[in-house]
Design a protein. Structure first.
Length: 330
């Protein structure tokens, strides 16, 4: 799966392409920081205008909106280019994978579900990596950039439970985010979600294979096909039930998450210790830090799918290597 980073003719795409993606994501995060600063300045201006009529001019108001439009346009432009380049980058990664599968397909074709592994699982792997990989890197960069900002904004204001402790907001975000993530990981392990996804794909592969054979072989008909589809139905229904339990915990936590920043800021807001602009900056920075810490929580269903795809491809590659060893001994 990772020959893309070791084969000579892919080194330019794999390593130089990775550097381009990382640099572009860093630029996006930097723009996001500027947007966060804009929110603080804008809401302070709004508070000033509402508190004292005509204390700002209409020109200042439009200029402030224009500055946001410029920042937003820059962010959109970079995001679109990164997305386009990342799609090409990951297709090259998929190509590197299938090139090897093609070169050993005389052995791979003997393995159950070989066609599905080479065609379906490789495209799933690249698509999941596109969304999951880039968002993981971006989440880490956001933490690096926004944690110092959050710390600077929260110094000297009272925080619920932590009082005047300077690190109260950061520790609060950490406890809330990591605690929720650990809870959902444990729940996912108890419900065996990765195993269910893996079993589901095996059942689907067996069902599809018999359908393909039945296209050419008239003796393969309803009984065998329906038996296989019964297995597909049962594993799908089981997965729906497991995800029902998982989503109860996940969605309830995410809904409670909406109020978390306001809960921690309650003493500061009631005491009037922050302006509207500073409050907006803190809430937005808190949300960015919290969201990055909750990366695993929010991406958990996709992580489960990636783990299942990785497990199937790793198993497939291991069997190919075993076939090669058998041939060499023969």
């Amino acid at each position: 799966m990772f020959r893309f980073f070791t084969q000579k003719h892919w080194l330019l795409w794999s390593w130089f392409g990775s550097a381009i993606i990382l640099s572009s994501l860093w630029i996006q995060v930097k723009i996001d920081v500027k947007i966060n600063e804009w929110f603080g300045q804008f809401y302070d201006m709004i508070q000033k205008a509402l508190g004292a009529p005509n204390s700002i001019t209409i020109e200042e108001y439009w200029a402030s909106l224009l500055s946001f439009i410029i920042l937003a346009a820059m962010y959109v432009g970079v995001a679109v280019v990164v997305s386009f380049f990342t799609s090409h980058y990951l297709f090259r990664w998929r190509t590197a994978m299938v090139e090897w599968y093609h070169s050993v397909y005389d052995k791979a074709r003997k393995i159950e579900g070989a066609a599905q592994r080479v065609q379906e699982d490789t495209i799933k792997f690249s698509r999941i990596m596109e969304s999951l990989g880039t968002s993981l890197i971006e989440a880490l960069m956001i933490l690096i950039e926004f944690m110092p900002i959050l710390f600077g904004l929260s110094v000297g204001i009272p925080i619920f439970f932590f009082g005047d402790w300077d690190y109260g907001l950061i520790v609060g975000a950490l406890i809330w985010s990591v605690g929720g993530t650990i809870f959902l990981i444990i729940l996912g392990l108890i419900l065996r979600l990765v195993g269910i996804e893996y079993d589901l794909q095996k059942k689907e592969a067996a069902y599809r294979k018999i359908l393909v054979i039945a296209e050419d072989d008239g003796t393969i008909r309803p009984k065998t096909i329906e038996e296989l589809f019964d297995g597909v139905r049962n594993i799908h229904f089981l997965s729906y039930t497991r995800y029902l339990y998982f989503n109860i915990g996940r969605i309830a936590y995410l809904q409670a998450n909406v109020l978390s920043a306001y809960v921690f800021l309650a003493p500061a807001i009631v005491a009037g210790a922050v302006t509207l602009g500073v409050m907006q900056q803190i809430i937005r920075a808190f949300g960015r830090v919290e969201g990055s810490m909750q990366y695993i929580l929010k991406a958990w269903p996709t992580i489960i799918e990636l783990a299942s795809v990785y497990k199937r491809l790793r198993e497939f590659e291991s069997k190919i290597i075993q076939e090669e060893l058998v041939d060499k001994r023969a």
